[in-house]
Design a protein around this ligand. Sequence first.
Ligand SMILES: *Cc1c(COP(=O)(O)O)cnc(C)c1O
Length: 436
Amino acid sequence: MPWPTADEAVFDLIRQEVHRQNTTIQLIASENFASPAVMAATGSVFTNKYSEGYPGRRYYGGNMVADEVEDLARRRACELFGADHANVQPHAGAIANMGAYQALLEAGDTVLGMSLDHGGHLTHGSPVNFSGLQYRFVSYGVTASDERIDMDQLRDLALAERPKLIVAGATAYPRLIHPEPLREIADESGALLMFDAAHIAGLIAGGVHPNPTEYADVVTFTTHKTLRGPRGGAIICRSDHGPAVDKAMFPGIQGGPLDHAVAAKAVAFAEAATDEFADYAARIVENSRALAAALAGHGFRLVSGGTDNHLMLVDLRTFDADLTGKEAQATLDAAGISLNKNTVPDDPRSPFVTSGVRIGTPAVTTQGMDADDMATIADLISRALRNRSDDAAIAAVRADAEELCAAKPPYPGLDAEDQPASGGSSRPANAGRGNP
Ligand SMILES: *Cc1c(COP(=O)(O)O)cnc(C)c1O
């Protein structure tokens, strides 16, 4: 690159974030470590291009190469999931959902979605989100007995409410979601079916979870969670919905696509089509089951009794009735373990406090951790939470977490070359600027 790195303030922070990711344990279920190829494409000159429209139908000139990269990404997405049509332009999962709704619904239409406090996403009808403001969402949830999706309730609601659309998929649900019975309920009630695979797209691509593409009218997903690509979203659908989906995304919702993200999505789709990725997806679930079992051994209650996917919901109350999700998250942050507080079904505490945490294994699996490491992580979590008022104990857990990561850092090359700057050279942001 002909340009020197001029902005010490920002690049110092980037080095610090590399160091944080390399030396602490990432258990946030929606996070992952993208490959160097994905990151290189994300940081490429495609960030400079304007490509409003679609391949062959752009508003501006100079899109001969951008057309090819978007076509490649669309083709690879269709092959990966067995879809007729793909739109790879959504900037994020939430925007992909907005696009799908706008393609299929009119304002005020009734939609069935999973209740937020039972694992659904903000975009599945939260009253503070565009989805809840624009459409009439009715919520289904999990049963009180086995904490799995209550299919009887879902069917009863569908027949009573006659929704235009049923939305499947979740953000904090540890069990397999079977697409076929959802299709049957949609057909019986005259509804369309959308499957929001934001979290599990990588498990589907890797063949570990059933593929909803042949059952759903539209499937939305993010490319940065289990799929391990760049931050972004995508929509795949049957060809009859293709024109409406494309029109909704552009000009309906977005302006120009992020061509650098589209290029990186193409890279990620190819990576996800490999045998190595199928093996990775299987190991995510193995690790998730191992971690869940180890945590249960420490006295934590697993919502629904366990997990079929990349995440688990941990009810903290059996471990310590006074421990909230909020306090657990803060304690573990100090101990070098990142996760998020989460409500458990019918949580008596507020969403800002919660009685649970959500834990996911996509990132630690990417860095090569195995079932033994999961047992170690469960140990560290238990030790930190039991000794949460003891600073020395927390520091000791943090040291152990760092040691665990040191054996399998996600970005070893990056941290070795770019240790956090010690000298604190803080030149003004524009010093040394000037391309030759
Ligand atoms: C993460 C998620 C989204 C939103 O994705 P963003 O990229 O954060 O906008 C949508 N739906 C579900 C189920 C999710 O888990």
